[in-house]
Ligand binder design. Structure first.
Ligand code: 5AD
Ligand code: SF4
Length: 491
């Protein structure tokens, strides 16, 4: 047995390596069902409070639910007041530089707090902790941080916390290459809507994107584990679930013992008695006909598809390594519209990719016009250390990129408004989410297509499905009047 202090140190000082994270081994994916709180950590958080600040995507939001679940099993309770917290975790996002700037800004503020309360445990986790440059910067400039752990180390939180409470040194554990799946982690979910991971990681390696390095290789949860979790959420009364993965259409590609893909999973989930099922994010490359056929059956599978295009120009798509052309994308869009005529399509678009010309940008504008997206997330390209695009020559000035973003957003707003206006007079099924934040007399809810809608009604309807006639449409908000209450919504 090796129990030298050197060995102990090496366990808890594992910095990340983007180079290792890039390697995709052939080793098996192991599913572990053995998570439990170690005996010596039971009650560790009794009488203590925690706060987690989450940045970035739904995957991070859901990881936060897992960390909350673990901390509450340790005995911790949640607080919103950072002055009161015994532990603060920043669950970070690395997708663009401004996401990272926010976290470093927050660390600056937290330094004072740590000085006032030296017993406070301060941790950094999420995608940024997978980057060497970030870990080095924290080591050099933010030495007051107690704990850094990576996206593959969440299940190790009880051990790491113990270590961080007793060690003077910063505890760092970031596994760079990980192909395992940890089942039965506790999760603290709140509200009417639940997220369910169906797969982890990404093997697409789009040239601008850091995610394949920070989240590891593509690995799918076993169908039965996903289905059991969805059944349990239905039993608990959740009204809507969103299936999560960086690239959900690659679901099942890594199974060698069964032939079971995303379309099969959706078909099985459509039989579960949960009113609404969404998924995000899909990649156009792996969106197959079987999946379209299954989605066209509707039922609890909603008619909203988020289908990131990134650019409308085939040369830029090639430089991005998206593995489809504009034409291929349009064929897919046409198939979707033919199978689901009222489908609502939304997308992600990057402007100002290295070397993007005015003509290439205009191809994005014409594609947006052809597809008629209801909404989109739009971004200015942000170079990420260690990705291939960061080494490409970029001759597009920042003010041109900003103008392109503005032109694109103006076009999207026009189309969004036009599409919403077409809904005026129609009656739609709405899931009531609660009283509107801005107006206590109004309720706020969402249509199946995820459009936000306000209408008058009693707060007691929260969590119910109602029928609402649309009276007025704006770009990002519909207003209407309730026609009648509904009790069931699964057809
Ligand atoms: N710069 C700008 N946007 C990016 N995205 C991913 N990486 C970058 C980057 N380096 C965008 C893509 C993706 C969304 C989640 O974030 O549009 O779909
Ligand atoms: Fe990033 Fe591309 Fe993977 Fe999406 S599919 S997470 S953009 S590498």
């Amino acid at each position: 047995m090796t129990t030298t202090s050197e060995k102990d140190f090496s366990i808890y000082f594992q910095p990340p390596s983007l180079k290792d994270a890039k390697k995709r081994g052939k080793e098996d994916i192991n599913v572990h069902y053995s998570f439990e709180i170690p005996d010596e950590m039971i009650g560790f958080g009794n009488d203590k409070t925690y706060m987690i600040r989450t940045y970035g995507c739904q995957m991070n939001e859901h990881d936060t639910e897992t960390m909350k679940g673990i901390l509450e099993q340790l005995g911790y309770t949640a607080t919103d007041d950072k002055h009161e917290a015994d532990m603060i975790l920043l669950n970070t996002c690395a997708i663009r530089e401004n996401a990272e700037d926010k976290v470093f800004g927050e660390l600056g503020h937290l330094k004072t707090l740590k000085r006032e309360n030296p017993n406070l445990i301060l941790g950094v986790c999420g995608c940024m902790s997978q980057e060497e440059s970030v870990v080095n910067r924290i080591l050099q400039k933010h030495g007051f941080v107690d704990l850094i752990f990576g996206t593959h180390n969440i299940h190790r939180l009880p051990h790491l916390l113990k270590q961080a409470s007793f060690e003077k040194e910063m505890v760092i554990e970031v596994w760079s290459k990980e192909g395992d799946i940890i089942e039965n982690l506790p999760k603290k979910r709140e509200g009417l809507k639940g997220w369910v991971n169906i797969m982890y990681g990404c093997d697409k390696f789009c040239t601008y994107c850091i995610v394949p390095y920070t989240r590891g290789k593509e690995r799918s949860r076993l169908p039965q584990d996903v289905i059991n979790e969805v059944r349990e959420l239905a039993r608990q009364g959740f009204k809507e679930i969103t299936l999560l993965g960086q690239n959900v259409n690659a679901y099942g590609k890594d199974f060698d013992h069964i032939d079971y893909r995303f379309g099969d999973l959706m078909a099985d989930i459509s039989k579960i008695d949960i009113p609404r099922v969404r998924f995000t994010t899909s990649h156009p490359r792996d969106f197959d006909d079987h999946l379209i056929e299954v989605l066209a059956q509707r039922g609890n599978l909603v008619e909203h598809i988020h289908l990131p295009v990134q650019s409308g120009n085939s040369d830029i798509l090639k430089k991005m390594s998206r593995k489809y052309s504009r034409e291929h994308y349009m064929v897919l869009v046409d198939k979707l519209k033919a199978a689901i005529p009222d489908v609502v399509l939304t997308t992600d678009i990057i402007v100002g990719f290295p070397g993007e010309t005015e003509e290439q940008f205009e191809d994005t504008l014409t594609l947006v016009q052809e597809v008629e997206y209801d909404a989109a997330f739009t971004f200015i390209y942000s170079p990420r250390d260690g990705t291939p695009a960061a080494g490409m020559e970029d001759n597009v000035p920042m003010d041109v990129k900003k103008q392109r973003l503005q032109r694109l957003n103006d076009l999207l707003a026009d189309i969004g408004l036009r599409k919403n206006k077409a809904l005026e007079g129609q009656t739609m099924e709405v899931l009531v989410e609660g009283v509107s934040k801005n107006n206590p007399d109004m309720l706020s809810g969402r249509t199946r297509t995820n459009k936000l809608i306000h209408f008058a009604g009693p707060a007691s309807l929260t969590g119910e499905f109602v029928q609402v006639r649309i009276q007025q449409a704006k770009t990002y908000l519909l207003t209407g009047e309730m026609v009648k209450e509904e009790t069931a919504s699964v057809s």
